[in-house]
Design a protein around this ligand. Structure first.
Ligand code: NAD
Length: 458
């Protein structure tokens, strides 16, 4: 944090001189990101393994590959995104012409979380650069190896007069939030999201808040083969990415009571097929990030009514910070496990008399980041889209919406505000400026004083 003031002065000067505005500068930086990733893949894998035990395949699929794809997409699309768009002018004001011109916001702050510590720092940065901003990135202190790798690599590949990394925890974030920024892009919990938003309000700084919440998955009555596919996707989406410590992981399942026994059997079988039968030594799985989160997750299971709802797993190993993949059937709805985001390898199943009741269930709770539903019933799908509110809806899969650039990613209500990915990232860091040109012909005299009742008749 030493030298923060000077850093900000340098970056503001760079922006003021217009350094970051040209397409050439933006493309140079985006190519810098591609080089950073391409030349340091092994080191990134090692850092992600050290912080979270991520397997290189998981690290590539969820982080390195995501950043590469996003930087390439921005490079290929940049000229189109930057081009002013023609705007329609009502006949009455013509001759005239108008355009909507995207302009960068200025100096932006990106604060990220630890579960995808590489991609959640770099992906918003791609948007900030594409839109022509200068940026400070504050990675999460809970993924220290990745944070320090970012601090080492970014100055080697990106313009240090415009892009800097500042490492640290809450104290550093707090100091950063006292400063005036032109945009704050925050990924993290709803609790800290509130702190960020109130700090931003002091300077009327716009924010994007990428938060979390409880994302449900509705499982309808499916054929054997469809259920098998659904189970694979649920298990992969729940335990196969950062061991459930994912904002868009399935938080809990809603299913008709009569279908629950089959669903549980299939989940257990699939877990064993994917990760092995030895519950103490599962293969290819990330780990719980730290003691704090291990204890938080254990506490969710402590309530006797919750503990007695465990139907699979539940064993804990404090020395290795290991929690077995755990399935619960109908834990009390007022228990913390059903009111707070789980963010870990525990999966409650809530049974309903009729799958249609899931809509009311979801609507009685805060708006989720994602609503998943496994169903072939088109009218039920339409009902879900029309009658519920969530950051997004994904039918018959989990998590893949995150890597589709054409789909905006972001929450609504308690799960966040603003959106990004692809062009939406460019927009998140741009101001769309309306520019109108008139000529000096054809004056519309009635608009000018003196005003009279007579003019109302026009
Ligand atoms: P967090 O809110 O604890 O921390 C996020 C960032 O905020 C970190 O960089 C941290 O240093 C900083 N921070 C922590 N306390 C702060 C304070 N008091 N003042 C200012 N800054 C502070 O979140 P986390 O534990 O890193 O991540 C988990 C949460 O993030 C979950 O709720 C998850 O759903 C959410 N998340 C959302 C997305 C998304 O894209 N929507 C992605 C990943 C994680």
């Amino acid at each position: 944090m030493d030298g923060l003031e000077e850093s900000l002065v340098v970056m503001r000067e760079s922006f003021g001189r217009g350094k970051t505005r040209s397409a050439a500068w933006r493309k140079l930086q985006l190519n810098g990101i591609l080089n950073l990733v391409g030349e340091n893949e092994e080191m990134i894998f090692e850092a992600l393994n050290e912080d979270l035990g991520k397997h290189p395949v998981e690290a590539y699929r969820d982080e390195v590959g995501v950043v590469k794809k996003s930087a390439l997409h921005a490079l290929e699309s940049l000229d189109r995104w930057m081009a002013p768009k023609k705007a329609y002018i009502p006949l009455i004001f013509r001759p005239a012409k108008a355009r909507v011109v995207p302009e960068p916001l200025g100096l932006v702050l990106i604060i990220s979380s630890w579960n995808f510590p590489f991609s959640l720092s770099m992906d918003p940065l791609i948007g900030a650069i594409a839109a022509g901003n200068t940026a400070v990135v504050k990675p999460s202190e809970s993924a220290p190896a990745t944070s320090s790798l970012l601090a080492k690599l970014i100055p080697l590949y990106l313009d240090p007069e415009a892009i800097r990394v500042i490492e640290g925890g809450t104290d550093v974030s707090t100091r950063l939030l006292e400063k005036k920024w032109d945009k704050i892009f925050f990924t993290g919990s709803s609790r800290v999201g509130r702190i960020v938003m109130s700090a931003a309000a002091k300077h009327l700084t716009p924010v994007t808040l990428e938060l979390g919440g409880k994302s449900p998955a509705i499982v309808d009555d499916l054929s054997n083969s469809d259920l098998e596919v659904a189970i694979k996707r649920i298990v992969s989406g729940k335990w196969g990415s950062c061991y459930g410590q994912v904002c868009l992981a399935v938080d809990y399942i809603l299913v008709e009571e009569r279908l629950a026994p089959l669903l549980i059997d299939r989940l257990k079988a699939r877990l064993r097929k994917f990760y092995g039968s030895n519950s103490q030594d599962l293969k290819d799985i990330s780990r719980v990030v730290n003691k704090h989160h291990f204890t938080r997750l254990c506490n969710l299971l402590k309530d006797p009514a919750v503990a007695s709802s465990v139907v699979f797993g539940g064993s804990l190993d404090e020395d290795r910070l290991f929690i077995e993949p755990t399935i619960l059937l109908n834990p009390p709805l007022d228990a913390e496990i059903m009111t707070e985001e789980i963010f870990g390898p525990l999966l409650p199943i809530v049974t309903l008399g009729n799958v249609q009741d899931s809509i009311e269930f979801i609507n009685s709770r805060p708006k989720p980041l994602v609503l998943y539903a496994f169903t072939k019933d088109d009218s039920f799908k339409e009902q879900i889209v029309a009658q519920t509110s969530s950051g997004c809806v994904t039918f018959n899969d989990t998590c893949i919406q995150f890597v589709c650039e054409a789909i905006p990613f972001g929450g609504v209500g308690e799960s966040g505000q603003g959106r990004y990915h692809g062009k939406y990232s460019f927009d998140a860091f741009s101001h769309e400026k309306g520019v109108l040109h008139r000529t000096f012909y054809l004056e519309l005299e009635p608009r000018h004083p003196p005003l009279s009742d007579f003019k109302l008749k026009f």
